[in-house]
Design a protein around this ligand. Structure first.
Ligand SMILES: N[C@@H](CCC(=O)N[C@@H](CS)C(=O)NCC(=O)O)C(=O)O
Length: 216
């Protein structure tokens, strides 16, 4: 984890009027959007590993996307994507692994086989968890999300050597947190419901994560 607190000046989002930054000039670039929870996963990974100087942020305005992004950089036309070593790779969950494997900094993958197995299982479920959370907004969100948050509370109790899913901070936390923190806020603001009420492990997870992020 980066120890010195140096507030990064975020570059402005590029629009259809912006020219394309150089491609494959040896610079590693993370194409991102400051609002996107998928891109946030890779942004957290970069910052947690202290790679702010190694991976340059290129923010894209998704509402007014530059055409060169799809044409020249990433044909899927989504963020995040990472330009590294003469290629562009995408998909946020793959990118957490890619950045962890190809760059320095603290590992996000524990060695303990039981933790690795549990981590794979939790991450394989993250898309269905987020789908369920989003679909709950069409109905009684408090009631419909309750079993999801109960199962996260339960999962957070599996290892007791830290407040995170695998004890120590890992890729599993990064996979879930951008979505859970948004639902935490939406349920509090719109439905006046605190998802951490009666779920002490979930509360500690959100609080400790917030402390980590503000120290990056
Ligand atoms: N499965 C992708 C999803 C990425 C994604 O959907 N990003 C959104 C922004 S949050 C996007 O770029 N949307 C643009 C579009 O779909 O055209 C990942 O995990 O990286």
């Amino acid at each position: 984890m980066a120890t010195a607190f140096v507030k990064e000046i975020l570059p402005p989002s590029l629009t259809s009027a912006s020219s394309q930054p150089p491609l494959f000039d040896g610079t590693t670039r993370l194409y991102t959007s400051y609002q996107c929870p998928f891109a946030q996963r890779v942004w957290i990974t970069r910052n947690y590993k202290g790679l702010q100087d190694k991976i340059k942020l290129v923010a894209i305005d998704l509402g007014d996307r530059p055409s060169w992004y799809k044409e020249n950089v990433y044909p899927e036309n989504k963020v995040p994507s990472l330009e590294h070593n003469g290629k562009v790779v995408g998909e946020s969950l793959d990118l957490i692994k890619y950045v962890d494997a190809n760059f320095e900094g603290p590992s996000l993958f524990p060695n303990d086989p039981a933790k690795r197995e549990f981590g794979e299982k939790l991450v394989s479920e993250v898309d269905s968890v987020t789908r369920e959370l989003f679909s709950s907004l069409k109905g009684d969100a408090v009631q419909q999300t309750s079993s999801v948050f109960d199962s996260l509370e339960n999962a957070l109790g599996k290892f007791d050597d830290g407040p995170f899913f695998l004890g120590q901070f890992s890729w599993v936390d990064i996979a879930y947190i951008p979505f859970i923190e948004r639902f935490h806020i939406v349920l509090a603001e719109v439905f006046k419901h605190d998802i951490t009420e009666g779920r002490p492990k979930l509360r500690a997870w959100i609080e400790v994560y917030a402390a980590i992020v503000t120290s990056l």
